[in-house]
Design a protein around this ligand. Structure first.
Ligand code: GRF
Length: 210
């Protein structure tokens, strides 16, 4: 880790419990990353409040009908804070391809299922857990992956598994998965920013496996 801790931007749209887990992890002096800016596309996101309480700059970049324009405005904010990595934590927009290419191999997302199962466009929030329950799956979990142009399909950094219990509701399953998300995301960020896990290596391995 040259030049101190890795500089993270965290993108949010909602309540921000994953942001909170990341902020809490960065309080440990030996954690290899810090959150330098939090950006929301929604002014009312509670995650913004969490950032302020942690003393981290919080910005709103409203979504635009022109996604490329949104990407440019977002990149300006990230540049102003010299962010090196981008962590999506409950960010509900699909980033434009220009933005994804610019930060290629440096954008992470967390998804509340064992990808590639129950991922893709329209699969977010409660819908994921509803689909898992409807499928009769006996196991679910969460996935941290690199973001590429294909939604929820980038190389997987880490996964955690949980059982699906017979009397589960969307709420009980979501809570069990969230507990694992809050453990997994800070650990996955650690692996990536320290170079233990590299986008190019994972992408090459996936290419070979095809
Ligand atoms: C999490 O379930 C995450 O996997 C998904 O969106 C949810 C965000 O929750 N991408 P929170 O805002 O971090 O509480």
């Amino acid at each position: 880790m040259r030049g101190g801790r890795a500089r993270l931007a965290v993108l949010v749209s909602g309540r921000g419990t994953n942001l909170q887990a990341i902020l809490d992890a960065t309080r440990a002096p030996d954690y290899p990353a810090e959150v330098v800016v939090v950006v929301s596309d929604r002014p009312g996101a509670y995650a913004l409040e969490r950032a302020r309480q942690a003393g981290v700059p919080a910005h709103v970049v409203p979504w635009s009908r022109d996604p490329a324009d949104f990407g440019r405005r977002l990149a300006e904010v990230l540049d102003a804070h010299q962010a090196q990595w981008v962590c999506l934590a409950g960010f509900l927009r699909i980033l434009p391809p220009e933005f994804v290419q610019r930060y290629r191999g440096r954008i992470l997302n967390i998804h509340p299922s064992l990808l590639p199962a129950f991922g893709g466009r329209g699969m977010y929030g409660e819908r994921v857990h509803q689909a898992v329950l409807a499928s009769g799956a006996v196991e679910s979990g969460c996935t941290v992956h690199f973001v590429t142009e294909d939604v929820d399909a980038g190389p997987v950094v880490a996964q955690a598994r949980v059982p699906v219990l017979p009397d589960d509701t969307v709420e009980t399953l979501a809570a069990r998965v969230a507990e694992q998300e809050h453990r997994l995301y800070p650990e996955a960020i650690r692996r990536v920013v320290t170079g233990q896990v590299r986008f190019d290596d994972l992408a090459a391995a996936e290419q070979l496996a095809r």
